[in-house]
Design a protein around this ligand. Structure first.
Ligand code: ADP
Ligand code: ASP
Ligand code: MG
Length: 401
């Protein structure tokens, strides 16, 4: 069997944790399996590198940022190989350049295009455990790129697909995928299995237990995932196409604290305005989520929408530069908001879900600022200060003990 095992930052945070991971991988290897290990940077290394960069230059180039951030993963893979050597097992660490993991050129947000499997195959044939840096790639300029925060999950899935692995296991600091973040909602329940579609919605809406691109890619290439703990042997959560049990009304609650609201006030109430606004943002790769447009009055209207908080400065720049063309009177941004979403395939055939969610929020006195729905999710935008109260209330409304 060929097994890809990915360990996140907290699973390799210090010497003891690195040795623990080394032992678990060696155990797999000694069963006669080919083992490919994907690692994140140790603990909060990536955050610290970002802080160091901003301390020197508040507006660093994206290329140099990626060059810097990629060092975190390179440290972990080298230390892991050294740890395995102390256990008497041959291994080799490889970075994205050495494997040849080709990505698009967009720094900080690159996507995999093609992965060479030759080097990894060669090392596996020589009976080595292969340890690969997560989160990074190489673009057509031979520059290092990164995949976006949390991107090591995507490296693992991409490698599992390229190597036709028999299993892809994502080890983290919780025992699997829960009905809500178990750190916020203590009575959240671990799911035995979840579909790609539901997991993709949860991940996209803020449940950072899996990088959303990793789920997208797993679905595309049919890579079944297991999410489980690196600290114990508890059975994890399987992410796959179909689940056996009839799907519940709501499978989970996701929270996104990296949200911001942008409002364009006093736009001309005429055809083409919304197109111009969102076309401009789309061309700059800005993802827009919840959108609300007011009813036109006296020839003007307002449009508000949410974007990732990291994008706010750029959004302001783009919109201000086009003020006359877009015809707005005022631009407002609010970075004290958060999104809470319920996700579940079961809600497609159930009319009452939105009402239940709003009732749960009303019961705890949380005000809703914006609402968005799709076939399998309902999202509300609320004040960031209300997030934990809202999440618990919504969770308890749908998921009984
Ligand atoms: P890693 O470093 O292993 O990649 P992450 O911090 O990226 O770990 O993701 C794991 C964290 O995701 C957990 O510690 C948990 O707080 C958070 N999380 C958010 N939503 C969920 C959920 N629905 N199920 C499990 N964990 C969740
Ligand atoms: N080290 C990177 C991050 O913190 C990638 C990852 O952990 O998946 O975002
Ligand atoms: Mg992660």
């Amino acid at each position: 069997m060929l097994i890809v095992k990915k360990f996140g930052g907290s699973s390799v945070a210090d010497k003891e944790r690195i040795l623990n991971v080394a032992e678990r991988c060696v155990e797999e290897y000694k069963k006669g399996n080919d083992v490919v290990v994907v690692l994140s940077a140790m603990g909060k290394t990536t955050d610290h590198l970002i802080d160091m960069a901003h301390d020197i230059n508040p507006n660093p180039s994206k290329r140099e940022m990626d060059m810097l951030l990629a060092t975190g993963e390179q440290t972990s893979v080298a230390l892991m190989s050294m740890a395995m050597a102390t256990l008497g097992v041959p291994s080799v660490s490889l970075n994205a350049f050495q494997v040849a993991m080709h990505t698009s050129s967009s720094y900080g947000n690159a996507r995999f295009k093609r992965i060479d499997s030759d080097r990894i195959r060669h090392e596996l044939d020589n009976k080595k455990i292969v340890i690969v840096t997560g989160f990074q790639g190489v673009n057509k300029y031979d520059d290092i790129t990164t995949l976006g925060r949390g991107g090591s999950d995507t490296t693992a899935v991409a490698l599992a697909a390229a190597l036709h692995a028999d299993a892809c296991e994502i080890y983290t600091d919780v025992e699997g995928v829960y009905t809500a973040d178990p750190r916020v909602v203590p009575n959240a329940k671990k799911m035995k299995e979840i579909t790609y579609d539901e997991m993709l919605e949860l991940a996209t809406l803020g449940a950072k237990v899996l990088h959303n691109r990793s789920v997208e890619m797993a679905k595309k290439y049919g890579v079944q995932l297991v999410v489980r703990s690196s600290l114990n042997r508890a059975e994890g959560t399987v992410v796959k196409e179909d689940v056996d049990v009839e799907s519940m009304l709501v499978s989970g609650v996701a929270v996104d604290k990296n949200a911001a609201r942008v409002a364009l006030i006093g736009l001309k109430d005429e055809p083409g305005i919304a197109f111009k606004v969102f076309d401009l943002l789309g061309k700059k790769n800005i993802n827009v989520d919840v959108i609300l447009q007011s009813i036109g009055r006296d020839g003007t209207k307002d449009i508000s929408f949410t974007v990732a908080r990291d994008d706010v400065a750029e959004v302001e720049k783009i919109l201000e530069a086009n003020r006359t063309r877009l015809t707005f009177e005022k631009l407002e941004t609010d970075t004290t908001v958060a999104k809470v979403s319920v996700v579940g395939a079961g809600m497609q055939s159930n009319a009452g879900v939105a009402g239940m969610m709003f009732e749960a929020l009303y019961n705890v006195g949380v005000n809703i600022r914006m609402i968005a729905t799709s076939e399998i999710r309902i999202t509300v935008l609320i004040d960031e200060a209300d997030v934990d109260t809202a999440t618990k209330a919504v969770h308890d409304k749908f998921i009984e003990d």
